[in-house]
Design a binder for this molecule. Structure first.
Ligand code: ZN
Ligand code: ZN
Ligand code: ZN
Ligand code: ZN
Ligand code: ZN
Ligand code: ZN
Ligand code: ZN
Length: 466
């Protein structure tokens, strides 16, 4: 549609101060457009606006322009003319070059008209086409997923509910599936759905269930011995083979005693019955072997606890009872634990007669040392020549006031008691029949809590202790 320049000039108005044609060039054939042109009356401005809008929306093709302004120079000048917005009268303050008018109308708030589909919205003229096509609730449109036709309004309700819309499974299995199949997928196909193990009933993510079945303790298995037992749970198999399976091969329960019989469980009772005597003999042999072991362990233990220091502190408790016993029983002798003079030295033992012996009988306590057969006698020098001292401790609480009783001797090499002892020594030993008198024993603190301490010290240096 071709518009006459007059129609243009009617609707356009120009600010007086900024006319592009001030001192206009004569060769520009647009002298009608001047700052003095008065705006059209507002009564018909809408229809004129529509017209100019129509021109603008139709992109005012070059042809049109050429028909109006054949001269390109003139066209340029026109488009550079400064104009007011066509809604100037309604209050729009915009004014700029004509070429920017169309851009302005996109945003001019005075350029809105009611939607032509009568949805009730006010839409800027230039956005009407988009509105009718994409956003008008009255438009007819199709769902991109199911391809059904909807009014724009109905589509908004349909979006988010369309059964054909593909969605990712919420279980993160990676599957994309139409909404209408999703719940079916989640309950029966999804690889990430939870499923109970059919043996143990615990729940597992579907794609780990096979791995679980490989180790699930409740999976039924049959006995590898093919016994009469029914199907067992996998976790029960070990106990079954060990304790119940009648076919599994067992060792005789007298295995430790030396019976080598092995056979199926159902044969075991018979074996035990038939071999009673043999089993008993085996047990006896084993018991006596163990007895030997116990004896040698005991002696190893006592060797370990032996005293190798050459000094024995002999604690004699409950002395009054021992004394009373000695008075009624002639020759009653207490013996000390054996001890060695050094790790590979002589083995010695002290003895004490509470009621005396020989010259000290009934008046004194007598003490002796005797040499016992030791482990290393073959390597030692004989006769025994170490000095020996006996000390009875005064147990006074004040050490300065304590006064011990000490007796010592150096062995006489001619005396047979100091020769290498035989396996079965019966010798008395050597010592002091009148070590301490019964009178003296009551004095000081030699006895305390009915206990006395006697030290026996063996010294290879032969120096006699005083
Ligand atoms: Zn405007
Ligand atoms: Zn609409
Ligand atoms: Zn749909
Ligand atoms: Zn899934
Ligand atoms: Zn299971
Ligand atoms: Zn079995
Ligand atoms: Zn047996």
């Amino acid at each position: 549609m071709v518009r006459s320049l007059a129609q243009w000039t009617k609707t356009l108005s120009f600010p007086a101060r900024i006319s592009p044609n001030k001192g206009s060039k004569d060769n520009i054939n647009i002298h009608q457009i001047s700052p003095t042109i008065t705006p059209t009356p507002s009564s018909n401005s809408l229809s004129k606006n529509n017209e100019i809008n129509g021109i603008m929306n139709n992109n005012l093709s070059n042809n049109d322009v050429n028909q109006i302004y054949p001269d390109p120079e003139s066209e340029k000048a026109i488009m550079s003319s400064v104009v007011y917005c066509i809604h100037h009268k309604e209050g729009c303050k915009w004014s700029d070059e004509l070429r920017k008018l169309k851009g302005h109308l996109n945003t001019c708030k005075h350029d809105a008209i009611p939607c032509t589909s009568k949805c009730g919205a006010q839409i800027p003229r230039v956005l009407m086409e988009d509105h009718l096509k994409y956003t008008c609730p009255q438009r007819r449109t199709r769902c991109e997923f199911c391809n059904k036709e909807f009014s724009g309004h109905a589509l908004e309700n349909h979006v988010g509910n369309c059964g054909y819309e593909p969605l990712y499974c919420e279980n993160k299995c990676g599957v994309k599936i139409a909404r209408r199949h999703l719940s079916q997928h989640k309950t029966s196909d999804c690889s990430k759905r939870l499923l109970p193990c059919r043996y143990c009933a615990k729940e597992f993510v579907c794609d780990t269930l096979t791995a679980h079945h490989l180790k699930c303790g409740r999976v039924p298995v049959s006995c590898p011995n093919r016994c009469e037992a029914n199907v067992l749970a996998r976790e029960e198999l070990e106990a079954h083979l060990k304790e119940e399976c009648t076919v599994s091969v067992q060792s005789c329960s007298f295995k430790e005693a030396g019976c080598r019989f092995k056979g199926p469980r159902y044969n075991m009772d018979k074996h035990l019955e038939e071999n009673c005597q043999q089993h008993l003999t085996m047990m006896c042999t084993m018991v006596s072997k163990q007895q030997h072991q116990i004896t040698s362990l005991k002696s190893a233990l006592s060797r370990l606890s032996l005293n190798y220091s050459g000094t024995l502190i002999w604690k004699i408790s409950d002395f009054s009872a021992k004394m009373a016993e000695a008075r009624n029983k002639e020759g009653m002798e207490l013996v000390s634990p054996p001890f060695y003079t050094s790790q590979y030295g002589y083995k010695l033992q002290a003895s004490l007669f509470p009621n005396g012996n020989g010259a000290g009988e009934n008046t004194h306590i007598s003490v002796y040392i005797k040499i016992l057969p030791g482990e290393y006698d073959a390597l030692l020098r004989w006769p025994f020549a170490h000095s020996v001292s006996f000390t009875l401790f005064d147990q006074s609480t004040c050490p300065e006031k304590a006064c011990n009783i000490v007796e010592s001797f150096i062995p006489d090499p001619t005396w047979k008691n100091f020769q290498r002892p035989s396996k079965e020594p019966d010798s008395l030993g050597f010592g002091f029949p009148k070590f301490v008198s019964h009178e003296m024993l009551k004095k000081r603190h030699f006895m305390k809590d009915d206990t006395m301490f006697i030290r026996v010290k063996v010294d290879p240096s032969k120096i006699v202790a005083v």
